[in-house]
Design a protein around this ligand. Structure first.
Ligand code: AMP
Length: 128
């Protein structure tokens, strides 16, 4: 089945300028902005500007230029927010949720970059 995309989702509306955002970095193909309900001192969402519903949709169908731009933006966001490991940052977690089992709330692909405090285990053991 082909990937479906809902153009009315909130991140699509942010990309169209209909809803404000606190931008960290914008490039040709990618936007990074602060999560509205941060779960850590650093909580940035990185999204492609293209209409991709989930990580697997993006990975399967985005152009090489979009994929490179997205990943370079992730690296730059980590550097800008001070969580990168290159110059003394203490690390981060990158998470993407997809679909019902992944508990994805907004159906436009986004990568959460979380850091600024110890984040604990990736998943609670009881959820396995
Ligand atoms: P997910 O469950 O992975 O789909 O996460 C969606 C994320 O989007 C949540 O962390 C929300 O706090 C965040 N979010 C929802 N609306 C906005 C918004 N208008 N601006 C910034 N972040 C948002």
């Amino acid at each position: 089945m082909p990937f479906a995309y809902d153009a009315q989702n909130i991140f699509a509306r942010i990309l169209r300028g209909e809803i404000p955002n606190k931008t960290v970095l914008e490039t040709a193909h990618t936007l990074a902005f602060h999560d509205i309900q941060p779960q850590a001192p650093v909580h940035v969402l990185v999204i492609p500007k293209g209409s991709y519903a989930s990580y697997d949709h993006f990975a399967a169908e985005a152009s090489d230029a979009e994929i490179v731009d997205f990943n370079r933006t992730v690296a730059e966001v980590c550097r800008m927010t001070g969580v990168h490991l290159g110059e003394g940052g203490q690390g981060f977690r990158a998470i993407t949720n997809a679909g019902e089992h992944g508990v994805q709330e907004v159906p436009h692909y986004h990568l959460h970059i979380l850091g600024g405090r110890p984040l604990g285990r990736m998943l609670a053991r009881s959820e396995s």
